[in-house]
Design a protein around this ligand. Structure first.
Ligand SMILES: [Zn+2]
Length: 119
């Protein structure tokens, strides 16, 4: 698959607020960060897919940033089997490892944002 084709798939998904990913037709590995080859087996037979956006907190860290207040950042394990880095909007719910989250692409810059699944 050509990189441009992958880029178009990601652009269309992000404009809809959805998380795109790639799935290897040879070994079944799923991954988020764009690549023309499978990150596990090297196959070029990749399927372009869209995530349902459901996942669990894999890692989370909080820090205070000038002008932004408290910022939460980390990694989400998505139900389709891949992980991605994103910001968290906690809404006072104090997310922990394994908390359920819904992930989407927000705003004009398509920032990846995870929110508590209960919202
Ligand atoms: Zn593979």
């Amino acid at each position: 698959m050509r990189f441009q084709e992958i880029q178009e798939h990601y652009d269309v998904a992000f404009r809809r607020g959805v998380i795109p990913f790639l799935s290897c037709e040879e070994c079944g590995k799923s991954f988020f960060y764009p690549s023309t080859r499978c990150r596990k087996c090297g196959s070029a037979r990749l399927d372009k897919r869209l995530s349902a956006g459901e996942g669990k907190v894999f890692a989370i860290t909080r820090f205070r940033a000038k002008d932004f207040g408290e910022v939460s950042y980390g990694i989400v394990q998505m139900e389709e089997g891949f992980r991605l880095y994103c910001n968290f909007e906690e809404f006072g719910s104090n997310l922990e490892v394994d908390s359920g989250v819904k992930v989407g692409a927000m705003g004009e810059t398509f920032q990846l944002l995870a929110r508590p699944r209960t919202l």
